[in-house]
Design a binder for this molecule. Structure first.
Ligand SMILES: Nc1ncnc2c1ncn2[C@@H]1O[C@H](COP(=O)(O)OP(=O)(O)OP(=O)(O)O)[C@@H](O)[C@H]1O
Ligand SMILES: [Mg+2]
Length: 236
């Protein structure tokens, strides 16, 4: 039986006076990759930020591992075991790759060091550029660093916002491959407009439109449903 790790029910989120999320529902099952889809401005990033407490919802509930998250501070939510890879990657430009990793690591125990080794084997570029400043990395390398920073803390759940954005096709393949491998270790919620990536690694999907969840199902169903893709994603 697949257990639900994160459940989001009817969240409504305002940014300033704007009513951005007007009823978003979804759940992420343990061990799966759940993909959030939708056009630009649909509310995908705001949804992840609402889960992390960066834009807390005014209505609705967010339940992680049976515990309510609404009202907790972002650092408390992170400490419960949720890693967040934001759209802008959140890499410190003035710090080296090494320092970026050290700042991100909450523990220095053997398990964390083993995770660091594992992730550096997955992204050997980071080893090569270990002493280089974050600001001098390529877009793809920054993405790898951002994912590594979130992964190294043994997160039960990783939220990853558009990892393919701005990357060359070969880098997209690489990032995709790394997420495939992480899938064996953790549960993932992925926001991704690259349908090739979304459909290859996703188990199930939710479509957001105008701040609401409008469809959901298994990824295989979406692969067969051209109309749905055309109506809500602008792709066939
Ligand atoms: N700080 C803000 N102030 C006002 N409106 C905002 C703010 N942040 C986001 N919005 C609006 O909220 C809506 C949802 O934005 P969001 O970034 O969540 O969309 P998205 O689905 O992630 O889009 P994209 O695919 O372009 O990243 C958009 O209409 C956006 O303009
Ligand atoms: Mg976004």
């Amino acid at each position: 039986m697949m257990t639900t790790l994160l459940k989001v029910e009817g969240i409504q989120t305002f940014i300033e006076q704007f009513h951005i999320l007007q009823g978003v529902d979804f759940e992420a099952k343990q061990g799966e990759v759940t993909v959030l889809l939708g056009r630009n401005g649909a509310g995908k990033t705001t949804t992840l930020r609402s889960v992390m407490g960066l834009n807390p919802p005014q209505k609705g509930s967010v339940t992680f591992d049976g515990q309510n998250l609404v009202g907790l501070a972002t650092y408390e939510i992170a400490k419960k075991g949720i890693g967040f890879v934001p759209e802008d990657q959140g890499v410190f430009g003035e710090l080296t790759v090494e320092e970026n990793m050290k700042v991100a690591m909450r523990k220095n125990d053997d398990a964390s060091m083993a995770r660091l080794d594992w992730i550096l084997d997955l992204f050997p570029d980071l080893k090569t550029f270990w002493k280089k400043r974050g600001g001098n990395l390529s877009g793809g390398q920054k993405q790898m660093l951002a994912i590594s920073r979130a992964y190294v803390n043994n997160s039960k759940l990783l939220l990853i916002d558009e990892p393919s954005k701005g990357l060359a096709p070969i880098m997209v393949e690489k990032v995709m491959d790394s997420i495939q491998q992480m899938k064996n270790e953790t549960t993932i919620i992925l926001v991704e407009q690259n349908f090739h990536m979304a459909s290859t690694i996703g188990d199930c999907f939710y479509i957001l439109d105008d701040g609401r969840t409008v469809h959901h199902g298994l990824m295989d169903e979406l692969k067969e449903n051209e109309e749905l893709r055309r109506n809500y994603l602008g792709i066939a």
